[in-house]
Design a protein around this ligand. Structure first.
Ligand code: CA
Ligand code: CA
Length: 255
């Protein structure tokens, strides 16, 4: 009787284990598999396959540090299966020359519904580690640009974008990154350049202003001009902080 109970109990445990493992595997498989067609490759899979076949040829290569000699491929991708399964991501791929590339780091978020409009990899704060700068558009209606920065930390990239609401819980649960619009670096234009030639880049953000074509806005062109402000963020050794705000001169070609 006791032995029978043990057998039944053991079988029950095995069945529960198999169900749990199956559930776990199916969840992970769904992350990157086209939910509409299991045989069809996702964009992400196609990119990795192409890198594998071409051994990285034709893809943009970057270094992780200013002193490092290893090249990696940094490449954005977008998946859109339906309105619920629609997200963007960025992959950093190493070991591509061997024909068996490895995804070193990746960010994937439903907040990013597209690939970045612009992607740069360089050391903006002059600490030797390169940053991935990714500019995202908030769409034609808002006409906003949003900058997300990820910095190399020696074994991974980490998000170094300051948030608009530091106290608010704004982390995207899936990707563990803040939500799209919470970046401090969001405005009509977001520029990264070294204003005082000390080797460390400043970040310039021009504010969103109502557009003249929007007839619902009562603003005159002179009021619109007076509203053009650029915020300049400076690196303090740990983070970018708001250094100063300047009013833009009318028709300033270099905000
Ligand atoms: Ca850096
Ligand atoms: Ca500077």
């Amino acid at each position: 009787m006791n032995n029978n109970f043990k057998k039944i109990f053991t079988r029950l445990l095995v069945v529960i284990g198999v169900i749990l493992v199956g559930f776990y595997l199916s969840r992970n498989a769904n992350l990157y598999t086209n939910p509409n067609d299991g045989n069809k490759k996702t964009q992400r899979e196609k990119i990795i396959l192409s890198i594998t076949e071409k051994k990285g040829e034709g893809f943009n290569k970057y270094k992780l540090t200013s002193k490092g000699d290893e090249n990696v491929i940094v490449i954005p991708y977008k998946e859109k299966f339906n309105l619920q399964e629609w997200y963007g991501g960025i992959m950093v791929i190493q070991n591509y020359q061997s024909g068996s590339p490895r995804v070193l780091w990746e960010i994937k978020s439903e907040a990013f519904k597209d690939i970045p409009q612009k992607l740069e990899v360089r050391d903006i704060n002059n600490d030797g580690n390169n940053e991935i700068l990714s500019w995202w558009s908030a769409g034609a209606r808002l006409d906003a640009n949003i900058l997300w920065i990820f910095t190399w930390t020696g074994n991974n990239f980490t998000d170094m974008t300051p948030l608009i609401y530091q106290d608010k819980k704004v982390k995207d649960e899936d990707a563990n990154i803040p939500k799209f619009y919470e970046s401090i670096f969001s405005g009509r234009e977001v520029d990264v350049k070294d204003l005082n030639s000390d080797g460390v880049n400043e970040i310039l953000v021009t504010n969103l202003i109502p557009t003249k074509v929007d007839s619902s806005q009562p603003y005159t062109s002179s009021i619109l001009e007076s509203m053009k402000i650029v915020k300049i963020y400076k690196w303090n050794g740990h983070e970018y902080y708001l250094w100063k705000e300047e009013k833009l001169k009318p028709n300033d070609p270099n905000p």
